[in-house]
Write a protein that binds this ligand. Structure first.
Ligand SMILES: [Ca+2]
Ligand SMILES: [Ca+2]
Ligand SMILES: [Ca+2]
Ligand SMILES: [Ca+2]
Length: 180
């Protein structure tokens, strides 16, 4: 509207000008506005995808940072700390690794408890511990006793986070020896 008014002002100020010299026509203004709008939209879409990209990166950075913090904490905890227990009883290797090769016998075809890898990969309700991290991160950890090496605890930390509509997962393992 203001462009129309501006055009009118020009028209009034310069009555000596011929029709075709009166600034921009309405069609020209409309075309210019369309071009400008498309440009603005393109920039807006670029920004949206940049923000989404950042959110993904933030998820991965955050997830690995949380898991790292947790592992550092575990290193400083005493061997029998309440946070380092096989809470649901599926991580005791003496019962599940009769051949003592460090591999859950379930993974080797024998039916022991039907849970693979001493429950170290468990998430959700199956995990020994669950903690809500910052952002969309959820941390789980499982503990297996004497898996492969006596007087050790194997601690498997799993972080899950939502990356747009996909659920992502990262895991880390730490073996803690008694007396260390
Ligand atoms: Ca367990
Ligand atoms: Ca085995
Ligand atoms: Ca098992
Ligand atoms: Ca479990």
């Amino acid at each position: 509207m203001w462009l129309q008014e501006a055009a009118t002002v020009i028209l009034e100020q310069k009555p000596e000008l011929k029709d075709r010299e009166y600034g921009f026509t309405l069609v020209e203004v409309l075309i210019a506005s369309c071009v400008l709008s498309i440009g603005i939209l393109a920039v807006a879409f670029m920004q949206i995808s940049a923000i989404q990209g950042n959110a993904t990166a933030c998820g991965i950075t955050d997830a690995s940072a949380r898991a790292g913090e947790l592992l550092e904490k575990f290193m400083s905890l005493p061997y029998n700390d309440p946070l380092l227990q096989d809470m649901d009883g599926d991580g005791y290797a003496s019962d599940q690794d009769l051949d003592g090769n460090g591999v859950d016998d379930d993974d080797e075809g024998s039916q022991v408890d039907g849970i693979l890898n001493f429950g170290l990969d468990d998430t959700g309700g199956e995990a020994d511990y669950q903690q809500q991290g910052e952002g969309k991160c959820t941390l789980y950890w499982n503990v297996a006793d004497n898996a492969g090496i006596n007087n050790t605890k194997t601690i498997g930390v799993i972080v899950t986070w939502a990356d747009r509509r996909t659920q992502r997962k990262a895991s880390m393992k730490y073996i803690k020896a008694k007396g260390m």
